[in-house]
Every structure is written in C-alpha cells, then in structure tokens.
Design a protein around this ligand. Sequence first.
Ligand code: PLP
Length: 446
Amino acid sequence: MTTDSEADESDGTEIERLDKEYVFGTWSFQSEVSPTEVTHAEGVRFTDADGNEFIDLSSQLMCSNLGHSADAVADAVADQMRDAAYVAPGYTTEARAKLGEKLAEITPGDLSKTFFSTSGTEAVEAAIKIARFYTGNHKIVSRYRSYHGATYGSISVTGDPRRLAAEPGIPGTIKAPDPYAYGSTLDPMESVEYIDEMLELEGDTVAAVLVEPIVGSNGILVPPPEYLPRLKEIAHDHGALLIVDEVMSGFGRTGEWFGADVFGVEPDIMTMAKGLTGAYQPLGATVVTDDIAVHFEDEMFCHGHTYSGHPAAVAAGLAAVETYQEENLIERASEVGEYLGERVDALAERHPSVGEARGVGLFRGIELTKREDERVPFGERADKISKGSTVVDEVSATAYDHGTYVANMINTLILAPPLTITEAEIDQAVEALDAALEVSDDAMEE
Ligand SMILES: Cc1ncc(COP(=O)(O)O)c(C=O)c1O
C-alpha cells in the first residue's frame, strides 16, 4: 500500500495511484501493475493524462475495430439508455431483434440464431453448453496455442499457460496440436490429421472441436487454406460439431467479415464479441445453425444471463454492424491490410531479429528470433505467467516511447489496428516499430 506522503511524481498521476491501490490489474503480478490514465481517444489515437498521444496499433485488446470516434454507435447507446435502459431477457427491443437478423445475414452458411451474452468468454461458455446439449456428448477438443476466455469452461478449453492456474478445470477437455509452422515439429496438415486420429481414439464421443480460425493472442497463426475445411470434415466424420471462435478474428479483422470466411468454411457454431460492438459496449454472441436452433424447439435451452441481450449493448452491436456496412470497412480492411502487410514485410527484411512476419488483412504478427536465419524465440510460453519483462515486452515499450501502442504475447508483436487506419498512420506506426526492433536486434545471440 502507498500512502499519500510516500507517493511522488514517479508513481504517476493521482488517478493512477488510486487505481493501482484499489483495483486489480488483470493477468498480472500486482507489484508489476502500472496503469496509464487515458483521458481521451479519437480516431486511431488515444491520449494519456500527461497529454502524450499514441497510435493504437492493437485496437486496445484487438477490439476497437471501429476506432475511437464511431459517433453513430455512441449515439445509439445513449438514445437506447434514455428510451429503455434495461428490460429483462423475456422482453425484446428493436435493436435486439434486428441485430439477430443482421448476424444471420453476415455470418456464413446456415448460421441463423443467436444467444447474446456480455463477453467473449460467455459466448464460448454458451457454445460449449449448446454443443453438449445438442450432441449428447461432453468432450471438447481444442488446441494448445489458443485463448478462449477466463471463466471456468473457457479457460479449461484454453491451451495457453493462463489455463494452468485454473486447473483441473471442467471435465472432458482435450488439447490437440496447432497449425504452427514456426515452432512446432508437426506440419500444419499433419497436425489436423492427428486430430482425426484423436477423435477416432476417443471413440466418437466428442461434442465439438473448438478453434480460432486464425489464432489471435497466441501469435496470429494462419493455417494453410485446406486446414479449416479438413478440420470441419474430420469433426463431422466423428459426430462432432465445429465451433469457430471469432472473438478476435471477427468483424473485418482479416479483411473478411469472419476468419472462417477466409477459408470458405461454414461452422456449426460461431462465437463473437470484441468487434461486434467495436468495444463500445460489452457484448458477446453465440450463433448456431438452423439444425441446432430447431433442436431447442422442444428441448430446453438451459442457459441465460440477467444481461442477455442488454438493450444498450445490442444497440451498440446493431449500430456497429451498420457502420461496418455503410462505411465499407470490411473491404477497406482488406485494402489497407495489404499495405500494412507490405510495410511489415519490409521491416522483416531490415531487422534480423524478425523471424517471421505473418497474417492477413489488419491481423498481423511479428515473431522474433534471437538467432539470425533460425527460429529461436526470445520468449517462452512460461514467460506469460512469470514475473519480469521479456525482449518482446521491451520492443513494445520502445514503440510506446515512440508514440505507438502495440500489444504482444510471449514472442510476437500483435498488429491489429482499427479498420479506419490510414496509410499515413500506418507509416507513422511502422516508423516506431522500426526504432523498437533495434532493441531485439541488439539482444540477438552472436
Ligand atoms: C479468441 C478469443 N476468444 C475468447 C476471448 C475472451 O473474450 P473476453 O475477454 O471478452 O471474455 C478472447 C479474448 O481475447 C479471444 O481472443
């Protein structure tokens, strides 16, 4: 605890001190938490309490897809809160019904009926329960390099090290290898055939295979084009559903509405949150196919929340989807994403510590190596749950000193700017990354 008399300038602003004292920092050793007070955000930029301005190259937590000035969304929320701030889920509002209809329109295939929640993790919890109810099986196969949320079911199906503290977790969760060409011994297409064998050996008792179509926080892993179609075939051959977790990859991030669209795959269940409202309100959604929806006509849909379909949240969702459509932001993400890709490839050429630059659209990763022309990560998976900073943390910190916020995890910088970013803003951010990657270049082994 810090008393007022002990506090000095180096402890930050009064708000930052209060926050550190009274509020938990997430996924952190509390002694290492150092919150920055944000006083304003506009376009692709945000400003701290000292007046420093930053380009938001990661859309905060890869969620502010519309940037920080989507007035139509802010207005829709304010109007809804004045009209009817809250009604119970047994009632409906215009925005809830219309957003359900919109999601059926923009999602692939037969996905048609939505359960609304308030976060990505709740969207995944609902998907797990629905798959179990529908198939009568309880096992869920997911992958090691994945993140699906912090609540008990979702953290149990998560593969990354954040799961370990929550173990043993819920029963029936099984982990599979990843399509991770950079650091795994299995070729991506071998890894998918391994999942076929896993389902076979489980005796066809699996309810669902759950994957991020393009892995997000675990390093922007893009599988080969044939991977996801083959995974769906494998799941169905064994009586399991394919759940695609689009919480991070959805809403234009990849240059398509959803990551599954990049591969032309129609999943059985899709989860989404983040970009669904452009982060203007907390909203999660779990969308299922007609067949699954029909199953619950005469079987109880045994799930719900007080805030399922919260009027302000669905008002934000509807206005956000309309904004993506009216401003052609999905197409825009694809075009500007090409440019970001070119600029990132050029960085990779220039900096020996870049082991691989990968991604699609405005969803890109820069993975570091400590040995030139080899793929030797600076960071290990265990670093995610250890004290202290890693080389990739120092790269992010240096980019921040140069006016660009870029998220990272383990050994990879995560570039996922708002879909509204301009080429000039990309140039400015890339300049900061260029300076920051000197840090990893200097940290390389001889
Ligand atoms: C793919 C994926 N699923 C689920 C979640 C959990 O979402 P939330 O933090 O809104 O619960 C995340 C969060 O980053 C995610 O990236």
